[in-house]
Ligand binder design. Structure first.
Ligand SMILES: Nc1ncnc2c1ncn2[C@@H]1O[C@H](COP(=O)(O)OP(=O)(O)O)[C@@H](O)[C@H]1O
Ligand SMILES: Cc1cn([C@H]2C[C@H](O)[C@@H](COP(=O)(O)OP(=O)(O)O)O2)c(=O)[nH]c1=O
Length: 203
């Protein structure tokens, strides 16, 4: 049987990394063979492209082409084979992030992104996307306390407001696939919300 494809999304600082391992552990405890990976990245080529995208200033179309090039390699080499083996794939970001960051944040044409999506991964879509939703100002405060910023994390609050709005629009359009997790309460409460979404699916 084909495996499940789960992605996690949200603006930088929303709390994805904090909960990823617990998510993987829970799925394993229930018997799944889990492959945890990330985007951009997940293969040597895609990790090299990630380094470029996170460090080099570039035009937004170039940025979109590079994240989708990385995704092409990742889908073919890692994600599709794992799903075909019946494994559960947990991916830290996927194509929703391109619509949110390149589209919402930087103004890339959503129709062009949709064309790249169809071109690069055809019908493949996540079975479940956990969207960690947090206001941009709260995320900025959490990030400032946590780490040195990369090229995206140096963007201003207005940028992250647009990224968040783009995620919200995708959630509104696909509420069955995308589960909104309120990321404002303390971590234990955020985890309870994640566990509830998994419980509802019997995962
Ligand atoms: N629910 C929460 N309440 C308060 N701080 C949090 C919460 N979740 C995560 N943090 C902290 O916020 C910072 C960013 O979280 P992180 O998980 O790295 O976010 P992301 O991976 O989404 O960028 C970290 O210092 C983390 O400890
Ligand atoms: C997958 C993807 C990520 N990104 C951005 C969002 C993030 O700012 C950055 C890397 O994501 P992430 O792995 O969440 O960063 P970190 O390791 O610092 O937590 O790449 C895009 O702009 N487009 C994309 O398609």
């Amino acid at each position: 049987m084909r495996g499940r494809f789960i992605t996690v999304e949200g603006i930088d600082g929303a709390g994805k990394s904090t909960h990823l391992q617990a998510l993987v552990d829970r799925l394993r405890q229930r018997g799944a063979t889990v492959l945890a990976t990330r985007e951009p990245g997940g293969t040597p080529l895609a990790e090299a492209l990630r380094t470029l995208v996170l460090a080099q200033p570039m035009d937004v179309l170039c940025e979109a082409l590079l994240v989708f090039a990385a995704r092409r390699d990742h889908v073919r080499q890692v994600i599709e084979p794992a799903l075909a083996r019946g494994e559960t794939v947990v991916c830290d970001r996927f194509t929703d992030a391109s619509f949110a960051y390149q589209g919402g944040g930087r103004g890339a044409d959503p129709a062009q992104l949709a064309a790249l999506e169809a071109w690069v991964h055809g019908e493949l879509r996540p079975d479940l996307t956990l969207w960690f939703d947090l206001p941009a100002d709260v995320a900025a405060t959490r990030r400032a306390a946590a780490r040195a910023p990369d090229r995206f994390e140096r963007q201003d609050e207005a940028f992250f407001g647009r990224v968040r709005a783009a995620y919200a629009a995708r959630w509104a359009a696909e509420p069955q696939r995308i589960a909104r997790i309120d990321a404002t309460p303390p971590p234990a409460a955020v985890w309870t919300a994640i566990a509830r979404v998994l419980d509802e699916r019997g995962w």
